[in-house]
Ligand binder design. Structure first.
Ligand code: ATP
Ligand code: MG
Length: 180
């Protein structure tokens, strides 16, 4: 599985619809300060379900919607779509290409989609469980995260290994079952 495409519409500095294509292997995003490099990684966290505005470097969720510039009016909603190549069927879903998308309006309501069909955030979280992808997983290592991994409580560290070994979904199901 690999990241194939990322589409941004009205997300932070990306006022216009912007499409980024990726190929297997290493991709580096380069550009001057303030050109939007970190906004790209924020968009990936967000589409994977991030709920914290602070993690996305804002103070409220609305801060991720393009706020306008000297020449452009603000927009009313933003959308991010992330497409993964799933020909190796890492994701347990019957498609060789999987697109997850999220849209949010200024009113605050978020909508989620898997291959254009509306779904719950929970469906997205479950889809990525134990794959290493996900807002809390190890596929996105932010600045300072390595230090955090080395120094945080043993319980948090264990979480990373549990995700890597693929047992998180069983633990989540057990917890669900215990609630019932
Ligand atoms: P650096 O090299 O300094 O890390 P960067 O390329 O990572 O820079 P970003 O932090 O991704 O830059 O982008 C910052 C830019 O995004 C700022 O110019 C900021 O004004 C703009 N920006 C952030 N949120 C919005 C928004 N809601 N609407 C419009 N522009 C935004
Ligand atoms: Mg940056």
């Amino acid at each position: 599985m690999y990241l194939k495409r990322l589409e941004l519409m009205g997300f932070k500095s990306f006022a216009n619809r912007t499409e980024l294509e990726f190929v297997p292997g290493v991709t580096a995003v380069v550009g001057p300060n303030g050109s939007g490099k970190s906004n790209i990684s924020d968009s990936i966290r967000w589409v994977l379900g991030e709920q914290s505005a602070k993690t996305l470097r804002g103070s409220k969720m609305e801060d991720i919607i393009f706020a306008g510039s000297d020449t452009r009016k603000p927009v009313n909603y933003c959308e991010v779509a992330l497409t993964l190549d799933n020909s190796d069927h890492t994701l347990k879903i019957d498609y060789t290409e999987v697109t997850i998308a999220r849209r949010v309006y200024r009113s605050g309501e978020s909508e989620y989609f898997i291959n254009k069909r509306t779904c719950r955030l929970r469906d997205i979280i479950e889809l990525f469980m134990d794959t290493g992808v996900g807002k809390e997983a190890y596929s996105i290592i932010g600045q300072g995260r390595i230090e955090e991994i080395l120094s945080t409580k043993s319980d948090d560290r264990r979480g990373i290994f549990e995700e890597a070994s693929g047992i998180v979904k069983y633990k989540a199901r057990k917890k669900e079952a215990e609630k019932k």
